[in-house]
Design a protein around this ligand. Sequence first.
Ligand code: AMP
Ligand code: MG
Length: 502
Amino acid sequence: MTDATDQVLADRSQPLFGSGYSRMPERFFARVVPQPVASPRLLAFNRPLAVELGMDLEGADEETLGALFAGNALAPGCESIAAAYAGHQFGHFVPQLGDGRAVLLGEVRDRAGQYREIQLKGSGPTPFSRGGDGRAALGPVLREYLVSEAMHAFGIPTTRALAAVASGEIVIRDQPLPGAILTRVAASHVRVGTFEFFAARGDVEGLGLLAEHVMGRHFAQAREATRPPLALLQAVIDRQAMLVARWMHVGFVHGVMNTDNTSVCGETIDYGPCAFLDHYDPAAVFSSIDRLGRYAYANQPQIMTWNLARFAESLLPLIDPRPETAVELANEALADFTPRFEVCWLDGMRRKLGFSTDRQEDALLVNDWLGLLHRYELDFTLSFRALCDLADEAGGDARARALFARAPQFDRWASTWRARLAAEPTVARQRAAAMRRVNPALIPRNHQIERAIEAAVSRDDLSVFTGLAIALSRPFEGGAADQEYMRPPLPQERVLRTFCGT
Ligand code: AMP
Ligand code: MG
């Protein structure tokens, strides 16, 4: 860090971050400062996000931003911490996890008045590192940057990526790799596992303070309810039901839905071995560590229910002092997940098929369609997108028809679909436009991500990453310039396994 960098940071009219979670009692975290890296180099900076966050970084040059987002320069007044949490990993409880490679710098209120936390990921060891090096490799940092920003472009709640910085250091994984640091932005980094941390210790006071903190910032309505902790549970169930439904609509497989990776605010968090479906397969698993397929695409709603049951258990002592009453109320709340999920899921699927009204027969039509995609291994994203073209004019477009040429039952299904569309109040052109707004042309396909990572890691070439990031920022367009990004993998390009960032 140079004096000039110090000066730029010191000159802010107001502090870059407020303190937020670092004002909780000391047992909630460890006070840690990021460990400076050898030679930070700014790889990506999300300026529109910085503006949205109201961060005053207008005059900061690349060197300053690199130093700031590597953790080499700390903004004045920054009270950085590593948060404590626990969690169920693949069904097994681990009483102490915590930020082992991340440091929370603080929080801001964004332009919409919402609280957002700023965290460095890969910023060095903390008391929660459990033998890990606290670092991140460049590949997973670029992957998280691309995928979380694409998720945002889809309109799905997610943590965001504010910056990626190369550290100029090597990290050792199964091979030596260039290191990097990601700046992650989340409404809150409190997870189901944060509640489990206090519940497992019988720290009811801590649980209460945590619930207060979360409700005060993100669940104002729950706070007004007769039983605020129960209302909090209900609201989290609601947000998570919607979130998982929306993952399903874009073919997203989170890959490691442990309770420490389940945000209480309902954002997608922790992009490790995640992936998007190419061809449709409900049993799809990509994560190298998910040998039993626990976190397969179609299992996600069920797993989320399980995670929320762990959340409910943690909240029991706050819900009611009488255990039986608390359990009864929590169970009633949990029973809402499945119907809530199903309504969101079907509603989204209807819109993907071009229906703006509800009809009894829609569920069958959706399931028959998915059955076709599965049976003929059709590309999930392109198939929905092709329906947009077919919905435009009666005969449809030749390319779309070619896609379904190897699905002999398509025509039969399509005639039922067209009959259903005829009952819609909208005209064809409007309907197709509405479908194109909910059916992305582009998803972050694994083979494209791998290509971007490969260019950056082996040739220090960021142009592939940048091109992909720009294309993914407008995923519903699908214009001529995007054709290459829309292409599904050739057999030899298919990525069957994805790995954690660790
Ligand atoms: P994850 O699978 O990314 O959700 O991480 C699970 C736990 O392992 C969290 O407590 C992380 O902070 C920790 N962890 C992951 N990678 C590292 C690393 N390289 N060094 C230290 N801790 C890590
Ligand atoms: Mg995690």
